[in-house]
Design a protein around this ligand. Structure first.
Ligand SMILES: C[S@@+](CC[C@H](N)C(=O)[O-])C[C@H]1O[C@@H](n2cnc3c(N)ncnc32)[C@H](O)[C@@H]1O
Length: 246
């Protein structure tokens, strides 16, 4: 089993990737290149962003018991969750540059999450946050397939996506590519196919916290977190699914 592909192979693939980049990929990459410097501040240094961050981090703390393992943060952005991974992958070199500033001891690769340099069956855990909401179903399937290729049998793939059940409840429309895709758990497990089985799933953000005054939000945290793990969890704004490679 080879851990990384060879240098020549990587260079040839990089060229091919540039040539093959779809308009969808280019738009998303350019957006994050331009956003990189103020991404952390604008998204997570406020009561709404930190609320979501705390809930997602608590899921990773529960599920990733071996943070020293071969763990990959796919679409790592500025490295928000790199404490759980040794490798980060992202299409935006500017986002990766920010991640490197915070995690100098980790390895990063600027590449498409659907076409990485990793060898087959080398990773223990792969996770991917705040990404599938942007992508088409085709791209999402490609990334799930790639994660499956890289994962060792028994390895976990953890990712989030907007809940379609929640959207149906509030008759919420799609909002351009930013919130392009919502799924039910059944749809995602179908997309993952026979090769990955569902271990569990969690909700994130049950209450419309953004509608509350900032000072009030923190008082909802524990109640919201309880609902996100209850029988009502599929109605949370986002779902985090844990799949295991068979
Ligand atoms: C909203 S950010 C999320 C970053 C990080 N996962 C987090 O939760 O903070 C989305 C990231 O996905 C990256 N991305 C989008 N499509 C990608 C693809 N096909 N391959 C690699 N990275 C991609 C973007 O460059 C961006 O950094």
């Amino acid at each position: 089993m080879s851990f990384h592909k060879k240098d020549q192979e990587i260079m040839a693939e990089e060229k091919l990737r540039e040539a093959q980049m779809t308009p969808e990929d280019s738009i998303i990459r350019s957006y994050y290149d331009e956003t990189a410097e103020y991404y952390d501040h604008s998204r997570f240094e406020n009561t709404y962003g930190s609320f979501i961050h705390r809930q997602e981090r608590s899921i990773l703390l529960k599920e990733i018991t071996n943070i020293q393992g071969v763990n990959v943060d796919l679409c790592c952005g500025t490295g928000r969750f790199m404490e759980f991974a040794c490798y980060g992958v992202d299409a935006s070199s500017k986002m990766v540059a920010q991640a490197k500033l915070k995690h100098g001891n980790k390895e990063f690769f600027v590449e498409d999450a659907a076409n990485t340099h990793f060898g087959n069956e080398c990773a223990d855990t792969i996770f991917c946050f705040h990404v599938f909401m942007h992508l088409s179903e085709t791209k999402t399937t490609e990334i799930i397939d790639e994660a499956h290729r890289i994962l060792r049998p028994g390895g976990m793939f953890i990712f989030d996506f907007p809940s379609k059940s929640r959207r149906a409840l509030f008759n919420k429309q799609k909002e351009g590519w930013h919130g392009a895709s919502g799924y039910t758990i059944d749809e995602i497990t179908k997309q993952a196919g026979e090769k990955l089985r569902i271990k569990t799933y969690y909700g994130v953000l049950f209450f419309p916290i953004h509608r509350l005054p900032s000072w009030l939000r923190k008082y909802f945290f524990h109640f919201d977190s309880i609902l996100c793990r209850s029988i009502f969890k599929k109605y949370a704004s986002y779902l985090v699914i844990v799949l295991v490679k068979k």
